[in-house]
Design a binder for this molecule. Structure first.
Ligand SMILES: [Zn+2]
Length: 478
């Protein structure tokens, strides 16, 4: 019987294995190159303006700093007052000394929508707070006095992190093992929010701090009485406020106050006499717990150069040599009377007029265009890179098929066109060359193809402007 020769088998085995690795590498390497222009950059969290607080004193300081910054810059402020009742937050029971209420009465009271009506009335009656106020107007009065001492804060939470499923995009406040959306495991990625959500629980004391904005208890009572019109009259009512807290949304990268909520829990204890429209109800005690929220929402002055939408980082405007184009922007405040100043970093390359119209000279190149305006004693600005060039629309090769004998070489030439059909050339003519199989043929930076060994491969060119792709089928003969 013939003995199996291990040495003879080893050689082809290793070669096969190496070839396999090579082929897999080429396929995956190529899929990367081919999909290049659609690829997103990997996620990288922007650096925070200030570190997250670790102690109540640091949390108080973070709020003070954010308020001080806002008071100085005077963003537009919208104020509103809201209330919410948790599901089943209204409890109805027999008044003191009265017969116990049958449960069905409580059911009728609830199913009649009393809870929602109470919420609605509570919110609506404070509509006068919901008007947008002029830039800079309320801040001196309302926020000028918000200064927390270290001892004012009993406890706090600060969150700047959330979690996203890399497969389906579902987001969650807490990390997850298996995605609740798509069920896949190992797809949970940590992300940073644009803002810190800071909640300060105020230390217990006799009176709320003077800066803490509240709607009056008389208003609260009036609401309750109003809510009962046609259903009940109010015999007595007491409102008790507890758990004062401040919730702030502070820009993580710029320290800007985006929203400020002053929250309390209000417990309303009331004795009601139902009207004859509700026969048999008689008197009842109602206990309702509301979360009361006096909210300030801030819109900061800003100017954002846009392309219809805000521009992605690194994106440039393209203007052809000798031509002009308008740069659009969005500004806050939108109102007129604020002059926008436009500037070009290289007026010989391109100029920009007072309306944001850029005019390019004959030369190609890049410059920065900046738009700025003055508001509240500060300069607000945004800038964009403008490239003067004839943009690429198509890539052509001098040959699309090449046959070479092993050891010979041939020249490929790429031309980047500015039109899909016409032979007009684009400004940037540089391309990058690749060979799909370098064991058959290699390609130099200048497009010189060298035939290595018999076989077939494809030589690719990728334009530096626009990532247009062209290919040449290459055959190497013995
Ligand atoms: Zn998912």
């Amino acid at each position: 019987m013939k003995k199996l020769d291990a040495k003879k088998l080893l050689y082809p085995g290793v070669i096969t294995l190496l070839s396999l690795f090579f082929i897999v590498g080429v396929i995956f390497g190529w899929s990367l190159v081919i999909h290049m222009d659609g690829a997103y950059p990997p996620y990288e969290a922007a650096e925070a303006y200030a570190p997250a607080p670790r102690t109540p004193a640091e949390a108080a300081q973070m709020l003070n700093d954010a308020v001080a910054l806002a008071a100085e810059a005077a963003p537009k402020t919208k104020t509103e007052s809201r209330a919410s009742i948790a599901d089943g937050g209204v409890a109805l029971s027999a008044a003191d000394g009265a017969e116990p209420l049958p449960e069905r009465y409580a059911e009728i009271f609830r199913s009649d929508g009393a809870e929602h009506r109470l919420e609605d009335l509570y919110n609506a009656s404070y509509a006068r707070h919901g008007e947008e106020t002029a830039f800079g107007d309320p801040l001196d009065r309302l926020l000028g006095s918000v200064r927390l001492a270290a001892g004012d804060v009993a406890d706090f939470t600060c969150s700047d992190t959330y979690y996203v499923c890399e497969n389906c995009g579902r987001t969650d406040d807490a990390p997850f093992g298996e995605c609740p959306g798509c069920g896949l495991a190992g797809v949970c990625a940590e992300r940073k929010r644009d803002c810190y959500i800071l909640t300060l629980y105020l230390a217990a004391r006799e009176e709320l701090p003077a800066y803490f904005p509240l709607r009056g208890d008389a208003d609260t009572e009036a609401l309750f009485r109003e809510n009962g019109r046609g259903i009940f009259t109010v015999r007595s009512l007491a409102a008790d406020r507890t758990s004062p807290r401040i919730r702030a949304e502070i820009g993580r990268t710029d320290g800007r106050l985006e929203r400020l909520d002053f929250l309390t829990d209000i417990t309303l204890e009331s004795t009601l006499d139902f009207t004859p429209a509700y026969p048999g109800y008689g008197a009842a005690a109602v206990r309702a717990v509301l979360e009361d929220d006096v909210r300030y929402t801030f819109t900061w002055p800003s100017i954002v150069i846009s392309d219809g939408e805000p521009l992605l980082p690194g994106k440039t405007f393209v203007v052809e040599p000798g031509k002009s184009d308008a740069i659009r922007y969005a500004r806050e405040p939108e109102e007129g009377g604020l002059e926008v100043i436009w500037k070009s970093s290289d007026p010989e390359l391109l100029t920009v007029d007072g309306e944001g119209y850029v005019k390019a000279g004959k030369r190609t190149g890049e410059a920065t265009v900046t738009a700025s305006f003055e508001f509240g004693g500060r300069i607000w600005s945004d800038s964009v890179r403008v490239s003067v060039r004839v943009p690429a629309k198509r890539l052509g090769l001098n040959k699309y098929r090449l046959t070479l004998a092993a050891g010979d070489s041939g020249a490929l030439k790429a031309t980047v066109y500015a039109h899909e059909y016409l032979p007009q050339k684009a400004s940037v003519q540089t391309v990058t060359w690749y060979s799909a199989d370098e064991s058959v043929a290699t390609v130099d930076r200048d497009g010189t193809v060298r035939a290595v060994s018999p076989g077939e491969t494809v030589i690719y060119a990728l334009s530096d402007d626009g990532f247009f792709k062209a290919s040449c089928k290459t055959e190497v003969t013995a």
